[in-house]
Design a protein around this ligand. Structure first.
Ligand SMILES: [Zn+2]
Length: 112
């Protein structure tokens, strides 16, 4: 069986310097720091793919880009996602747009 790359393969950077890796949790597609998953050396912070896709889709709507649910598409628009130590999430796109998510703040900025 051919293994498919996860949607955000190598796109999610942790504040500790490692990438987040794909993991299934209770049937949800999730990502977790590989430093935690492999060595228990970082915080256990689980990010649901659904949440990330919400932001990506909002970006696509704004930019009038057709969203596609595959690795190549995500790579073509998204530069990286950065997980901060306080668990807020930065989305940085190739066109320099960015979004910030944290539990008490949702900030959305485009480069226009
Ligand atoms: Zn980490």
């Amino acid at each position: 069986m051919q293994r498919q790359k996860s949607l955000f393969y190598k796109k999610i950077k942790c504040h500790c310097g490692q990438n987040f890796k794909f993991q299934k949790e209770r049937k949800h597609n999730c990502y977790i720091c590989s430093n935690y998953a492999n060595y228990r050396k970082c915080a256990r912070f689980v990010v649901q793919e659904e949440l990330l896709l919400e932001f990506i889709k909002r970006y696509c709507e704004d930019k009038k880009i057709e969203f596609k649910n595959n690795n190549e598409f995500i790579n073509s628009i998204l530069n990286y996602i950065y997980i901060r130590e306080d668990n807020s999430i930065d989305f940085v796109y190739h066109d320099k747009s960015y979004q910030v998510y944290s539990s008490n703040l949702i900030k959305y900025t485009t480069n226009e």
